[in-house]
Structures are given as structure tokens and as C-alpha cells.
Design a protein around this ligand. Sequence first.
Ligand SMILES: Cc1ncc(COP(=O)(O)O)c(C=O)c1O
Ligand SMILES: N[C@@H](CCCC[NH3+])C(=O)O
Length: 416
Amino acid sequence: MDFFTYKDNLLFAEEVAVDDIIAEHGTPAYIYSRATLERHWHAFNNAVSAHKHLICYAVKANSNIGVLSVLAKLGSGFDIVSGGELARVIEAGGDPAKVVFSGVAKTQGEIAYALEQGIKCFNVESFPELDRINTVAKEMGKKAPISLRINPDVDAKTHPYISTGLKANKFGISREYAIGAYEYANTLSNLDIQGMDCHIGSQITELSPFVDTLERLLALIDQLAAKGIHIAHLDVGGGLGVRYNEESPPHPNEYAAAMATTMVGREDLMLILEPGRAIAANAGILVTKVEFLKQGEEKNFAIVDAAMNDLIRPALYNAWQKIEPTNVREGAGKKYDVVGPVCETGDFLGKDRVLNIEPNDNLAVKSAGAYGFVMASNYNSRCRCPEIMVDGDKVYVVRMRETLSDLYKGEQRVPN
Ligand SMILES: Cc1ncc(COP(=O)(O)O)c(C=O)c1O
Ligand SMILES: N[C@@H](CCCC[NH3+])C(=O)O
């Protein structure tokens, strides 16, 4: 069931017509569906329910407090990569004891903050990070729960910018050094070895890289057990892809069930999943208004009021996201490049899209709930747009549109 559907040619978000939301709140605007977020989360959670598990939603995909609060109310855990994300989780009502902290460069301050809040685990990415966490924990008179992120050297077959599990990537500790790293961690008195983790990349559309990775990590866990090092949880990271266009990634049910099946016989080993995109992407759209239609010599342009500063994925990864009018007109359309107001040729949301549109029509850029607003900027001194949550027939502004003075808040003139 899709919670962004057309009724009589009008796009609805759950029970509310998108054009009605826009009439009140303007464009551009991100619109999220609570029911979709919940359904996606449950798809993961249900598929692994027979195994001891924790779903740690990857906050980086969409860190809006409203979004996090929806997931916190379901009892979700969270995967964070900064102190800022931890603060958001707490503000949203999330439980720090269900937080895992990933990232290659955690600062001393971030480590201390996370220890103070009592997070579940630090996903450690290097030997020097082990030392840093041990030192901070010692100063605080605490033991830090840790997991080591193992780089399994598996090809996730995704865009090179979002592949993370290859030897050539900066992430994790290579498999060759894994045992040594655990043995070293075991000598540090303020560390408490809890888990093993990995994350091989994002927008992965096949099961096999996930299963290969899991098998490699389980083999390492067995080697560690033989050395008397006990691992209590295995965190398989995130990375499950979504359908933007023609992709056919495994359903979260299928993916999570494959993970749980590979772990049969290891009932004591808690399974942690860190899905981000698969929960948030198709739970959101970006709505933008057509400002002008312009005929170039070679191309037609639909110039819209959203830009690369609002949604950078097309410019950054040449990513394709579906673009559809919120009110469908009868008749054939024309081919357009959908471009924004920013002064860069790379400022496009889509190219060669057949659309039947007029100025002032609204367009919905689909699958924009993940890596959308979180990657937005104020480039060209553009105000970041609002984020709106629809819940049945209710509409909540979960982040207000920025105003012009927000743009220079905290800045000052230089005195004479
Ligand atoms: C450590 C870690 N976990 C989880 C995720 C979430 O990935 P995705 O949004 O592809 O599920 C990421 C981002 O790729 C990540 O770096
Ligand atoms: N920002 C990327 C995903 C990054 C994954 C983070 N580890 C995207 O939009 O596809």
C-alpha cells in the first residue's frame, strides 16, 4: 500500500491532498508520511522478530525530530554518526541505551557525551580510535561498550561514492587485522567488547553482498570465540536499496529474513540492523512549484523553485528520482529538464522528463525522504524549506521554513 497515491488525478499524502498542504505552507516543502515510516520500520522488525534483535534506524538518512519521534515511539534504536545526531535522538524521545555510534572520526567530546548518555555501543573504526575511547572512558571512570567495524572487502555493487566495504574505502578495520584488533581491545582496561559490525554501502539492490558479508563476520566471531573473546551482538549495518526507478531491491522482509536465517543456531547473538534509506526514502516527497517554462534552442526547461540546495542527490550522484505533477492534466506532455534557480549547470532535479505542465503547477519529487533535507544547504543564500509530517488527516509542520534573518543568524559585521 502506497501512502502517496493519486485520487481523481490529485496526489494525496495519506488522507490529505498535497495541493491543500501546499496552499497553506507554500513551496518548496518536504512532506513525510508517518504511516509509511511506521510500515517500513515494522517490515524490518517483524522479519527478524524470531531472533534477538534491535533495529537501529540510521539517523543520517533523515534526522528530523518529528521523524525520529515517530520511530522512537515504536521502540526503535538509532545508529548515529555525531554528537549532534545523539542530541537529536534524545530530543526526539529516543533511548540512548539503544544507540550505536558509527563514524571514522569521533572526537573526544563526542565520546564523552555518548558515555555520559549511556549509549549501547561505539562502532570503532580504527586502532587509534580504540585508544582514544579507552582514554576518555578511563578519565570518566567508565567502561566503554565497543564493537569493531570490520571491512569485509565485499563489493556492494553500488555507486562508488556510497560504497564503503572495499579495501580501498576509509571505513572499518580490514579483515586481516580484525583478530589482532580484538586482542588489542581486550588489553585496554576501560573497554568492554560487545559486538562486531559492518556497513558495506548504500542503495544496494542485491541480497548476495549482505549474505556474503554476514558469513565472513560469523567466521570471525567463531575465531574470536576460540580465543576466548565473546561477541554478544552482530550489527550488519544498513544499505538496503529502494526503488527510485527500475531497480528491484529485495523487500525489507526478504532482506531481514535472509539475515535472520543466516544466524540460525546462534540464538544468543543479537542481530542489529541499521537501515536508513529503506525506512525513510519512500516515506517522503519534495514538492516544488513550476516558476517558468522556458524553451531553449536544444531543450525545454521547467524552472522550479526547488534547487540543488534543497535536494542535492541528482547533482551529486546523478541520481534519478521520479518527478510527477501533484495535479495531473489530461493530454500528452513535453520533454523538460527540471532545473532550479541556483547558478550552477549542475542544478537540476531531473533531465528529459515528459511532463504536461503549466507555470504554477506543483511537482512532487518522489523518494525524497532519505538524504533529502538532511543534505540541504543555504547555498545561494536560499532559505531551507519546511518539513511537514502527515498522519492520517492531520498535518504537522515538523520544521519551519527558514526566514531571511535565519540565513545570517550568528554572523556579525566586522567593526571599523
Ligand atoms: C554505518 C552506517 N550505517 C547505516 C547507514 C545507512 O545506510 P542506508 O541509508 O543505505 O540504509 C550508513 C550509511 O550508508 C552507514 O554509514
Ligand atoms: N547520501 C547518499 C547516501 C550516503 C550513505 C551514507 N553512508 C545518497 O543520497 O544516496
